[in-house]
Design a protein around this ligand. Sequence first.
Ligand code: SAH
Length: 377
Amino acid sequence: MTDTSKTNLLGMTPVQLADYFKEIGEKPFRATQVLKWIHQQGAESFDEMTNISKSLREKLNTQAELRGPEVVSQDTSRDGTRKWVIRVDGGSCVETVLIPEGDRGTLCVSSQVGCSLNCSFCSTGKQGFNRNLSAAEIIGQVRIAIKSFGPMDPANKRVVTNVVMMGMGEPLMNFERVVSAMNLMMEDNAYGLSKRRVTLSTAGVVPAIDKLGEVTDVSLAVSLHAPNDELRDILVPVNKKYPIEELIAACNRYLEKLNDKRVITIEYTMMEGVNDLPEHAKQLAKLLKRVPCKLNIIPFNPFPNSGYKRPKAAAIELFKNTMHKAGIRTTVRRTRGDEIDAACGQLVGMVDDRTKRTSQLIPVVQQATPADTQSRH
Ligand code: SAH
């Protein structure tokens, strides 16, 4: 049972934890100890924290808690991709996906229940927006993924070498909590990932990109999907507010602040007859000359009633070659985990849509545990 009168320490950054210990009259160095217990040992309770005095553990038991999201189901695809359906406070579910590749494991983490940006080709967007995840619910996804492989020792921690904020939601619309969680991902006393291995992906919330550059130096991916405003206004409606010109400028400002050799990853979900034509490739090549970047083409992943189709392999190849010839580093994302609905844009979880924009789409958990779908309607 959850006790909301207790302070949840799970999503706290080192600074927040140190403040908390000061507040309860304890030494701030306790923060480091507790941080390690939570994120390096995977402790579920204060009683496990054996280098902390019994009296402090008792105090923490009465005043604090370690409350994270819960796993509803876990699926593994034939290609090794794992997907978790995770229930967050209030009953809604989000999804987290781990994509192993060689000695790398990339964890795709959700930041919101649903999404408010309504991109026309994204199943998460079709569900409308429910709420922002807390920092505990975001970092909790990383903890769940690692712990699913066994004890949280250094060997098992290596199953997650990279994190991409590319799950459900628009991370920049949940700014503070996403930044706190990413800080924990990069914190030496927590997950210790390098800033190059933590990537935030955005549909292009321009003022928030600038704000991000002031508080962190994670890698940045931008979901472009169209080489001109006319088309992008339709595919990514937030473009009407922050058009391509402003987005490219914000990307350049972000890179300037990073002050290293990193580039922006431009994501381009490709849909047949929509944005995959030779003229689009030409326009895109011209546009991308203006920002240091690499291009990642994501062949559209279908979902029921999407109205879009994945282009033929030949069209994707032709597009890629045009980009290569223009000197733009281009990769095509291999579709992973699609038989468990874990591919990009197939994440739906279960959203209690306050906007009632559409009814639930592909409620993944419905088949698994019918009782879990009884949310607050
Ligand atoms: N809101 C952020 C984070 C989501 S990332 C963003 O837009 O970047 C998920 C990526 O998958 C985005 O690039 C998104 O546009 C893309 N995507 C969404 N639906 C898709 C689909 N059906 N097929 C392929 N890619 C999709």
